[in-house]
Design a protein around this ligand. Structure first.
Ligand code: DWN
Ligand code: SAH
Ligand code: ZN
Length: 405
């Protein structure tokens, strides 16, 4: 049995989603025969409250010069990061000539607000194609994987940082202790780490099992984060729950004793006790909810398909790879997936090989039903797709429940 990456307790492996391809492994027909698969099975650590994959493909297979997720693909997220940057500038940057570092800075969706304000900044982004977008926009970025050695190099060149950000990145990195040691090296004595990731409590509550895929090696709880940073003389001082990505948590961390710990932290820890995130029964019931969600979704799609309805997938998200392959959805049920990202268009979805087509094909010839793979952007998408609904089109969503809207 594999051990927890945070506290080394043997993991409670409670479910497998079966053989899975890379969530962002969009491919061409000549690559079908050699497609990579691994077993997507998950376990929980009943000691520190960490939820994790039993096995993760190596990092270069996922994050390289062909990484197809560009953060700027959602307007809603651009607004989110603008507000996030304003909040940091107002509440966390006190020194005269501040310096901020972000890992997983992608196309610069967050750091652009620091670059535009002439604040010293550095992005660390291993996926070269997305990093290049930021570099071309004048955002100071290096294309490498962050770890403790990288932190020492940064300090030599730029000095220590006032703030360190990571949005939807920490949960991608299995070697967390090296990352946290790196933060310790990088941060000024009063510096802060601010990071956010999908929250385990929301995933369990909403059965949003599509947050589980190769890149997401962890789903964090407060208790696991406290445990992790506590081992490195740092502490969780505050949290700010977020609506992004179906329910996320923003964590604010500092060196131990530097700032008071907010009541919000204690309250949320109590809530986690009530959610029983440390009990095996919680994960047993989550497994059953996932199976029920899968069976209801496939029954609905099969029924519509038998009635001769046209169904199209909306947004070729990473998350959809888990849904599509775990539910066994193929071209018999979904005609194609519409997506706005040029490098996904013309390719096929990982595993099930459903064609990914430009957005224009959706709007030119509306289907009867659109299966919303980007339910996390539902507000943004439904607002711009009123015509689809006016012409009789219906949405299918599956989080938190299967619904036709
Ligand atoms: O953690 C991660 C998060 C931050 O982003 C990464 N591991 C990968 C990625 O996850 P995702 O692919 O599930 O992200 P999104 O933002 O839910 O989906 C983005 C995809 O949706 C892009 O391919 C663009 C597409 N999209 C679209 O076709 N029409 C998105 C919107 C808003 C639209 O209107
Ligand atoms: N922060 C952005 C991007 C999230 S996707 C957003 O919230 O939209 C995750 C990003 O983390 C990818 O761009 C990936 O290349 C990057 N990443 C993965 N491992 C990393 C590591 N060890 N150090 C820095 N970035 C990493
Ligand atoms: Zn643990």
């Amino acid at each position: 049995m594999k051990k927890c990456q945070v506290c080394s307790t043997p993991l409670n492996c409670f479910m497998s989603f079966g053989q899975m391809p890379l969530a962002n492994g969009f491919l061409t027909p000549d690559q079908f025969a050699d497609e990579y698969f691994f077993e997507l099975s998950v376990g929980s650590c009943l000691h520190c409250g960490m939820f994790q994959l039993m096995e993760q493909p190596n990092r270069e297979m996922m994050f390289n010069e062909r990484y197809p997720f560009y953060s700027g693909s959602s307007r809603g997220m651009a607004v989110h990061f603008k507000k996030f940057a304003e909040h940091v500038k107002k509440d966390y940057l006190f020194s005269k000539d501040p310096f901020v570092v972000e890992i997983g800075s992608n196309d610069g969706i967050m750091l652009r607000h620091f670059a535009d304000a002439d604040i010293r900044h550095l992005g660390i982004e291993p996926s070269l194609n997305v990093a290049q977008v930021a570099i071309d926009r004048g955002i100071n970025t290096i294309s490498t994987f962050f770890d403790e050695d990288c932190a020492s190099e940064i300090v030599k060149k730029y000095g220590q940082a006032d703030a360190f950000f990571a949005a939807n990145v920490m949960c991608h990195i299995p070697y967390l202790h090296s990352i946290v040691k790196g933060m310790g090296i990088l941060l000024k004595p009063k510096g802060v780490v601010i990071f956010e990731d999908p929250y385990l409590g929301n995933v369990i509550e909403n059965t949003s099992y599509d947050q589980i895929y190769d890149e997401h090696v962890f789903l964090f709880s407060l208790s696991s984060i406290r445990y992790l940073f506590g081992q490195h003389d740092m502490e969780l001082i505050d949290i700010e729950p977020q609506k992004t990505h179906g329910g996320s948590m923003r964590y604010i961390i500092a060196r131990k004793g530097m700032y008071p710990v907010s009541d919000r932290v204690h309250l949320q820890l109590k809530k986690e006790k009530n959610m029983a995130l440390d009990k095996p029964e919680t994960y047993e019931s989550f497994r059953k909810c996932c199976e029920h969600s899968r069976d209801s979704l496939t029954a609905l799609l099969r029924d519509l398909s038998r009635q001769g309805k046209r169904i199209v997938g909306y947004a070729a998200t990473s998350k959809s790879t888990t849904i599509i392959n775990y539910c066994g959805i193929g071209t018999d049920l979904i005609e194609f997936i519409s997506d706005t990202t040029p490098i996904k268009q013309g390719k096929f979805s990982p595993g099930a090989h459903i064609p990914v087509r430009p957005y224009e094909e959706f709007s030119k010839n509306y289907p009867d039903y659109a299966l919303l793979f980007a339910y996390n952007h539902a507000k943004e998408i439904m607002a711009k797709e009123q015509k689809f609904v006016e012409t009789g089109g219906k949405w299918i969503v599956y989080v938190p429940q299967i619904k036709v809207l």
